[in-house]
Design a protein around this ligand. Structure first.
Ligand code: RIB
Length: 306
């Protein structure tokens, strides 16, 4: 069987990570951490996650004409990702994220988007002209919203399925949501999108029902160590998460989305795809860094949580 085709339209960042005991409060300095430079960006992370699992991935993105941009493109090629639609912008720097990780693996992230915010709606057209039924388009919100909306429209017109990871959270109108086959907010994003405070499975269900009523065809609310809630029509299924020792939660959501796109486009039901994606996300938190933490298909099949 040919590998599933996944088109990721999204961001590319270089992550500068400091791992310390705790994340400083505003105005505070905390010393004693260690520094790691890692490849990141929600779009790039999701593209790498899907490629390592075995998908044929096309990345549609924009980087600066600088060292970080050139290194990113080289790395995508080494991962087997199609890079002809990764554009270069001489007027902007490649995106950079400053990430603080604490001893429990929790993080705080500040992003300078640079070239990511120069990815215009017309930039995605050549790549998405290749779409057909059976393909999956994976979107996030680290690029301009009009570009996300245009990509979703083109994908749904071509009969491809659209997964939208609404991260970082931003208001979404029904002109976008009606083209979304699966919306994948975490608790924070689901709370911001609906005004319903999501803190458990019951409140996640209430938020998912609101997002379905707003136009999304299905919704998966990811709940960290509590797994995820998969809602379609009037049915919601809770998918538990295996217990792992968390080193760094950065890119756990990206691993989940890459895994979901891979498994869904390989023919699994949405609930089974979410269960697979949960294992991919769980593995990603056991290693430091965004792309360095993303597992291969072999890692996932060997994963035997306690
Ligand atoms: O989702 C994790 C990613 O968010 C990091 O890699 C960082 O680049 C930010 O975009």
């Amino acid at each position: 069987m040919a590998p599933p085709r996944i088109f990721v339209v999204g961001s590319v960042n270089t992550d500068m990570v400091v791992v310390g005991q705790r994340i400083p409060a505003p105005g505070e300095t905390v010393t004693g951490g260690r520094f790691v430079l890692a490849a990141g960006g929600k779009g790039a992370n999701q593209a790498v996650a899907a490629a390592r699992l075995g998908a044929r991935v096309t990345l549609v993105a924009k980087v600066g004409n600088d060292l970080f941009g050139r290194e990113s493109i080289d790395r995508f090629a080494q991962e087997g990702i199609r890079t002809e639609h990764v554009l270069r912008d001489s007027a902007q720097a490649t995106g950079v994220a400053l990430i603080l990780v604490d001893a429990a693996g929790e993080n705080a992230i500040s992003v300078a988007p640079g070239a990511n915010f120069a990815l215009a709606p017309e930039d995605v057209e050549p790549a998405l002209a290749e779409l057909g039924p059976g393909d999956v388009v994976l979107l996030q919100l680290e690029i301009p919203l009009p570009t996300v909306a245009h990509a979703a429209r083109l994908a749904s017109a071509a009969g491809a399925r659209v997964i939208l990871d609404p991260a970082p959270a931003a208001p979404l109108d029904d002109a976008i949501l009606r083209h979304v086959d699966c919306l994948t907010p975490n608790e924070t994003e689901a709370s911001r999108l609906t005004g319903i405070e999501v803190r458990d499975v019951a409140s996640a269900r209430a938020a998912a029902e609101r997002l379905l009523a707003d136009g999304a065809k299905s919704v998966i609310v990811t709940l960290g160590g509590a797994g995820s809630l998969v809602c379609q029509g009037d049915r919601c299924d809770h998918v538990p998460c295996p217990r792992v020792d968390a080193i760094d939660t950065t890119a756990a959501g990206d691993a989940f989305n890459g895994g979901l796109a891979f498994a869904w486009s390989s023919g699994k039901s949405l609930a089974d795809a979410a269960a697979f994606a949960t294992r991919v996300g769980a593995l990603a938190v056991t290693k430091l860094g965004a792309q360095p933490s993303l597992p291969t298909a072999e890692d996932v099949s060997r994963f035997a949580p306690a």
